[in-house]
Design a protein around this ligand. Sequence first.
Ligand SMILES: [Zn+2]
Length: 108
Amino acid sequence: MAGRDKSAESDTIERDTWDLRSKGPKQCEAHWIPLQEGVAQIIYGLLEFDESYLSDRKDLFPNARSWVGGGCVTMDMDMAEVDFCLLCREAETVWEQVKRLLSTPLDG
Ligand SMILES: [Zn+2]
């Protein structure tokens, strides 16, 4: 009796997403390339950030949108549709790696 899977319903799951895509022209103001459509995870609750993250983000990766803040009101969805810039996401990833390296104490 083993071996029956229930994957039949898995290809048309309709989940609500939060549509944050902009209607106007879509171009990254930092990299001058067209924005792509994609999804980002919605993060709920109070977000605490490094001040340097917020200020660097404005200049270096303004359209990364690897996540979006959902605020304190929990909606019935966890993904959002966004426009994002590929180069911004790469820049954000590099920024995080550098930050981690810099915050690691050099022992020995
Ligand atoms: Zn960009």
